[in-house]
Every structure is written in structure tokens, then in C-alpha cells.
Design a binder for this molecule. Sequence first.
Ligand code: GMT
Length: 379
Amino acid sequence: TTGDPMRVGIVCYPSVGGSGILASGLGDELAARGHEVHFVSYERPFRLQPGQERVYFHPVEISNYELFKYPDYTLPLSVKLAEVADTYGLDILHAHYAVPHATAATLARAMLPETRRPAVVTTLHGTDTTLLGRDPGYAPAIRYALEASDAVTAVSDFLRSETHRLIGVEREIDVIHNFFDPRPAVRTRDAARQELGVRPDQKLVLHLSNMRPVKRIDVLLNALAKVPDRDRFKVVMVAGGSFTPYQSLVKKLGLENTVIVREHVAVVEDYLQAADVGLFTSDSESFCLSLLEAANFACPSVATSVGGIPEVVENEKSALLVPAANSDAVAAALDRLLRDDDLRANLGRAAQARARAMFSTARIVPQYEALYRRVRPRR
Ligand code: GMT
């Protein structure tokens, strides 16, 4: 634990998704290091450890007024943030994902008397820049919230330069890469494989995401259909969103005996430890936390060489990277990895070593602490 504890408010999306997972992990870890952490969101973040000392959750309650055509979240969120910051004397308000969290945080700060104001830190996770940053209906509000934050971080070098390019902010942006702290699996590797119906002579390929269009599940499935000798492996799609829109393509491609879908998975570690290969086919990815999750379990991946992915793994050293939107290239790389036991073992070991050296809790969390200390108000 640290000798100089701070009071930190964290506002994040509570549901399945990289930004919420990262924010929950950061909060848990800050609390373990002696800081007091206050989460504010519309639900308790799903990956937050129960019963942790020094971790508090404050729900935002929304009244549904019939006079509004669209329900508003930003204003009640900002009021709750101001209330929590004032009541607990927060040093830092850390917004994960710019929209609408950074806006609500800067508004909350403005509502408080100067002597009670926390510093606002905004962490950009990806689509807040790459998708919404291109939208003229959002960009000026995002730009304002970033300029008004006391510090802004991005989860990769790629995302930092995209933010400068797309949003036109000139201020300094710190890169603090993501980290992932695996929890112990609940079942054994064999039990997880048995539940999926994977035979001992078969390999297990894993994809883990929210299944949004950017993940290019169509490319992934088309690639699977092009891999020869499909009885060699099965593919588990661990879905943080709904897989239903892709079921017809699974049928059309005749992949019913290859693809297994698991939605609402509580312990992803059970499947991560059971997998032989990770498969990620996104068109864009600011970091790809799932790739890091697989790497932590020494599971080598085939991934598209887009966005921040080449910062997480290196082609031919700790993963096989392929061009985006190219199912032939995905199929060839997957086939190569399934065939070559040594290659799998070597890439997997290298990915794990890199994950532990560069993206560990011990390396990343102190970077956030140092940033907090740099900007926190001197009272
Ligand atoms: O990937 C998503 O659609 C979810 C999104 C989120 O906000 O949770 O993920 C973004 O943040 C993650 C955590 O920093 C990154 O690992 C993902 O790469 C990033 N997604 C995209 O850039 C598409």
C-alpha cells in the first residue's frame, strides 16, 4: 500500500466491455494500494470484486419524465458526481470513456465551489475517438471535455495520435496502456473443454468480444469456412453481446459443428485457460483487451494488424498478425498455427512474457497514481 492515499472517483460503463473491465480492475487495485475509490454508474460494474475494503459504489438514479422525448443520463450523472466529490472530498474524478462521462465530470467540477473541486482525468478507450470523434454531432463536445480535463490519457499510442488527428485537440495526452489481472479460473481446463464438447485430440480456438460490427464476426466466420480439415478444432465465441445476428451465417457456411456460442459468461478465465488459439478479426481496435487476456494465459493469437494491436503483440514473435478484412489471410494464419505445435508454444510463451513485462498491474497502476499526483489539487 502507498503512504499517500488519495480519494478517487471512477465513472465508467458497468456492463461487459473493455473500458468497464479496465476501470474496475484499476479501482480494485487502487483500493488494494490504500486509496479510497468511489465508483459512480447506473449499475455496479460487473467485474468489481465484492466486499473489497475502501471500494464504494454510488448508483445514478434516473427519473423517467414523460415530457422528455429522450431520457437524459448526463445531467443526473453530473449531479451525482458533484455530490460524491463533495461528500467524500475526492481528489480525482476519473472518467473512463469520454461520452458522456468526461462531459459529466467537467460539469460536476464546475458545480462545486473552487476549494472542493477534484481534478478531472479522462481516459479515452477507443470508439469515443474513432467512432464518435468523427461524428459532427459529438466531436465539439468531446473536444471541449478533453480540453477541460486536467489530464487525458489514451490506452495506446495509436489512440493518442488518432485523437489529435480526428478531434483536433492540441493538449498533451499521456499514453497509459491497459493492464489485465486474471482471476483464478473456477473450473479445470479439462472441465471447461468437456463442457464445450472439445475432444482431447481437438484444438480450441477462442474469440471474446461484445460482437459489435467493428469486430467483423463475418470475416471471422468466413475464414473458419476456408480452413481445411475442420474436425481438428472447435471455436468458442464468448459473447459480451448477442451472437444471434450471426447465427444465419453460421448455418449458411455449414459451421454448426465448429462454432460454440457462450453468452453471459461470468468467469472468462475458465475459457481463456482452456483455449489453444485466440482469434481477433476487428477492423479497428484501440488496444484489444481480449488479446491481452489471452496472452496472459499463454494463448497465442491470430489478430488483425490494426490500431493499437501491434503495440500489444508483435507479428511472428508473440502473435500472427494479418491484414484487416481478409478472410483468406485469417484462414491461412489460423491453419498454420493449428498445425504447428512449436509455433503455438513459442508465440504463446512470448505473448505471456510480454504481457507480464509490459502490461502488468504492477507496471501500469503506478503510472495512473503518478498522473493523479501530478494533477490533484493542493488543499
Ligand atoms: O470494443 C468495444 O467495442 C468496447 C470498447 C469499450 O469502450 O469498452 O473497447 C475499447 O476499449 C477497450 C479497453 O481500453 C479496448 O481494449 C478496445 O480495443 C476498444 N475498442 C475499440 O477500439 C473498438
